[in-house]
Design a binder for this molecule. Sequence first.
Ligand code: SAM
Ligand code: SF4
Length: 488
Amino acid sequence: MSIATLALPDMTRLSGSGIDFVDEPLFENLLTQKTGSGQIKEIIAKSKNKEALTVEETAVLLNADEPELIEQIFDTARQLKKDVYGNRIVFFAPIYVGNLCMNDCEYCGFRRSNTEQVRRTLSVDELQTQIRRMLAMGHKRTMAVFGEHRNYGPEYIADTVREIYRVEYKHPKSGSISSMRRVNINAAPLSHEGYKIVKNAGIGTYQVFQETYHHATYRRIHPQDTRKGNFMWRLDSPARSIESGCDDVGLGALFGLANWKFEVLSLVAHAAHLMKHYNVGPHTISFPRIRPASGVKIEEVAKNDVADADFLRMIAILRLSVPYTGLIVTAREPAAIRDAALGFGVSQVDAGTSIEIGGYREPGTVQQQALNREQFHIGDERPLDEMIRHLLNNKHIPSFCTACYRLGRTGEVFMEYAKPGFIQNMCTPNALTTLQEYLSDFASPETKAAGEQLLREEIAKLPEGKHKDSILDRIKRIAETDERDLYF
Ligand code: SAM
Ligand code: SF4
């Protein structure tokens, strides 16, 4: 893996849709409007038809303060989650590759002026070891995370992704071989050429968070003499990535920096912008809340802290506004919040997470968080097996499925599949087969018992016919042999 110290791309060539669509006066005005409960109910009815909501309609939901209306929003979110995603929850874990960074984002432990941070980039050997340990836990999908630095150019990111795909883990008992089946990246904005390079390495989702869509706040916390100081270059990056072939994009905002309702409107505007210009919405949206980080004065940075009740309400509103976009809640959040959000909005979680560079330890080793080696403190330290068991006991199906991306069901094509409800015909079976893989190879005895019980219940719900026979056949082959990775 070569660390090429390249000239950084110039930040002038934007996408064909490179305009600033964040209409602050409009959004702020919308958030002051009071609407009658009749209109709110009409909007809720529209979202029940799985139609994406406009910025104006989303503002009406955000302004709805009466407990009865808020309850209706939660109920609708629960229903939509069930209709579009079923009871599956997809699992991933991040791999932090390097924490060198040229930027100075006030909220981040990796920022260049933070002298407390121990700086490190994984060597190839270390990367392989980390991935093997993640595979040994049962992970199949990862998100590779990078600071922004000359050493982490697109070729380096692409080499890292290829290296991750190459790592194999042979299970000591079943003899089955596993490897990462989908490698997503969270990396600083690239040029069109850069996106083509990482796409060629086979990345899944390209994730980039705007952090805040509020211009003055963005300027205040991202110094203008850093690359990240360029608001437009970042705002336009998902569009450039789609134009370059990376059509699964993940948007996000870091909550706590500016008014949360403003950020939600901006995320919905961003999704609508991509839909209008490329006929494809974001694959996922993330909404991390700021966590304590080394050298970060959290009270000074998180001036707009989002209370737990508002945070959950925000997730429910996003579920209504963008019904076909996956919502991710990471281990930044405490267990109780994550558990609550699973039922009405969230479709992807990480677990057993370490965000320290080289932080995945030998199984059985106790992992202590140490802020000077991490980007921030995580809130949910449950191991993967415990989290899976918790989900099973609450009748969610943990899924390690990566089929869509591998069968080319991404971007615009993915939206076509998602819309008519095909997802449940493919996703639920793939969730069941990947759950069986987990139970055969990685689960503790208690988790295995809980998983087998849920599998029986889910199989009983499948309509009789050829498709069910084929699902049963695959589950049996996985349970009884070393065959793996049998997907629809
Ligand atoms: N350097 C790349 C960038 O800035 O896009 C990679 C991202 S950074 C390692 C991943 C994300 O972590 C950031 O986009 C930010 O939203 C989030 N983050 C940074 N500091 C955080 C904190 N203190 N608490 C929670 N999330 C944080
Ligand atoms: Fe660097 Fe990204 Fe952290 Fe900003 S958020 S300091 S760009 S790693």
